[in-house]
Design a protein around this ligand. Structure first.
Ligand code: NAD
Length: 274
């Protein structure tokens, strides 16, 4: 049997597409035949992602880079419009961009400013773990409803394992923002299920990406976490990308509203192997 590409001719937007999970997902999507829109607040990183796609997968369909700050609704609206104008439809939306603030702490120490930055209120338009995901869903759903051939699509929102497990190394605002992503995704999945639009959350475990390694900048901080990972290592961004591919493709055609964990077993653990 000839191998089929799992995203052949599909159009996929990846936010935070310039680094980490987003970059690896852009590459995996392209390798599976998708037109990739690599969107990032860092335009150079988005362009680099497209160059990497062209280098590694010269036969992949056309990919484009878009500068988009997901804390700005107008940027997200424009990003979706660009995808549809360029490729004629939108099949996959990966709302992945997110931040972890180094001053995010426990209930007593977290400043309101840090909370607002993480959630994104009108006062701060820099970061957006939550509002940007809502806007990404909103404009993706609008576009997917208008797809030639009828309403259809898959939306994946990046949450985190900390949305499921409490940690004694607190990052209260981050955890709350990711918990909200799970709850919002579940509800959206139910509301739009009969329109042919599937919506799932990705819950990555701790990964060897810049985001986490900048935060865990000493061996002690790393080991404090690793002891709780049954597999005894941090995950790799590409391992998330493979999970996202499943959720994006028709392989997951009966999967919606799920908290999809790619976490090395953390959420299943009480005592880990020595
Ligand atoms: P990363 O820092 O490696 O990459 C994030 C990318 O997002 C960067 O290219 C950055 O420029 C971009 N970005 C940041 N703010 C943006 C904005 N406002 N608009 C558009 N782009 C923006 O991060 P990563 O580790 O790949 O994390 C991606 C997602 O996964 C985040 O939502 C993060 O919270 C989540 N996550 C990460 C881990 C981990 O251990 N790394 C674990 C669980 C969840």
């Amino acid at each position: 049997m000839p191998a089929t590409l799992r995203l052949e001719n599909k159009v996929a937007i990846v936010t935070g597409g310039g680094n980490g999970i987003g970059l690896e997902t852009s590459l995996v999507f392209a390798s599976e035949g998708a037109h990739v829109v690599a969107a990032d607040i860092n335009e150079d990183a988005a362009k680099r992602a497209v160059e990497l796609i062209q280098q590694q997968f010269p036969d992949a369909p056309k990919a484009i880079a878009v500068k988009c700050d997901v804390s700005k609704e107008a940027d997200i609206k424009q990003m979706v419009a660009t995808a549809v104008e360029t490729f004629g439809r939108l099949d996959v939306m990966f709302n992945n961009a997110g931040i972890m603030h180094p001053q995010d702490d426990n209930a007593l120490n977290t400043e309101e400013r840090i909370w607002d930055l993480t959630m994104n209120t009108d006062r701060s338009r820099l970061y957006s773990n939550l509002k940007g995901v809502w806007w990404g869903c909103k404009y993706a759903i609008e576009a997917m409803r208008k797809n030639p051939g009828g309403s259809k699509g898959s939306i994946i929102n990046t949450a985190s394992f900390v949305a499921i497990l409490g940690a004694a190394t607190p990052q209260l605002a981050y955890t709350a923002s990711k918990g909200a992503v799970l709850a919002m995704t579940r509800e959206l999945a139910v509301v739009h299920a009969r329109e042919g639009i599937r919506i799932n959350s990705l819950c990555p475990g701790p990964l060897e990406t810049k985001l986490l390694m900048d935060f865990l900048d000493t061996p002690e901080k790393k080991n404090r976490r690793l002891v709780h990972v049954p597999m005894g290592r941090f995950g790799k961004a590409v391992e998330q990308a493979k999970g996202v591919l499943f959720l994006a493709s028709d392989d997951s055609s009966f999967v919606t509203g799920t908290d999809f964990k790619v976490d090395g077993g953390i959420c299943a653990a009480y005592v880990t192997p020595e």
